[in-house]
Design a protein around this ligand. Sequence first.
Ligand code: NDP
Length: 270
Amino acid sequence: MKNRALFLIKFVYMNSIIENNTVYYYSLIIWIIFGLIIFCILIKFNKIPTYGRYFPKRGILLNNRLGWILMEIPTLILMPYFTFNGFNYPNTVIICFLSIYMAHYMNRTLIFPFRIKSKKKKLPIHIVISAALFNLCNTFFIGYYFGNIAEHEITWLQTPYFISGLIIFLIGMFINIKSDTILINLRKNNNDDYKIPFGGLFRYISCPNYFGEILEWLGFAILTWSLSTLTFMLWTCFNLIPRAIRHHNWYKHRFNNYPDERRAIFPKIL
Ligand code: NDP
């Protein structure tokens, strides 16, 4: 009896995945709703120390660089795995999507951790584990889409979706890396102090690195034109908007001379 029930569940699940991906799309909707709930909690309880500089350094702590690599590595390994192990044979367009995505994660996993200069900074292990799990879920959703659902002809690369999305992605990546560089250079003297950042988009907002990251994934959602990448863009907003508001309030509280005209993350808006 139990075996029959299990067989039935497996049969229904496999059919809905293989035939029209119903389970996949329902899972994506649930994932978006979950992200929205997290966003509301983070906005409402913006003083909860959930990340970075605010987090009490207790429990098991990992070296900052190692922590970053462990958080991001699931994406670097599993995205090609999911893409190449689906039912579809990846064509040129999918390889392009994958390369664009991997360019971001090569920087985030293998370059960025070796550029940051916080000497004493440690990352709590549960933050590392939860971020790695989050990356795992997103990687699965996008990788499954690339490997099983996406059906783009080569002419897709000439469409306004692909071209405009790629331009937005590249502008976002430039802003993200340039802003991260400005922050990293504030630690030239190798101390762990915080200073007011200037230059680039810091003129208008406190967290241009987050703004650039959101632009990147907006561009990626446009150039791939799919619910899975749109979901990832939404999750990036759910994560980074509350974090930017927190950073912004922290700067205003910490520095009396903090520029008044700066917003948190969107120039002139928020
Ligand atoms: P932060 O801006 O908090 O910090 C980036 C680096 O700059 C850290 O090494 C930090 O040091 C240092 N820093 C920040 N502000 C100052 C300052 N005022 N003075 C001196 N040094 C400073 O970024 P995150 O660590 O939150 O994120 C890093 C990157 O990862 C960003 O590009 C972000 O977009 C991306 N990211 C993406 C997410 C997503 O959901 N896609 C989620 C989280 C991050 P310290 O560590 O000591 O504070």
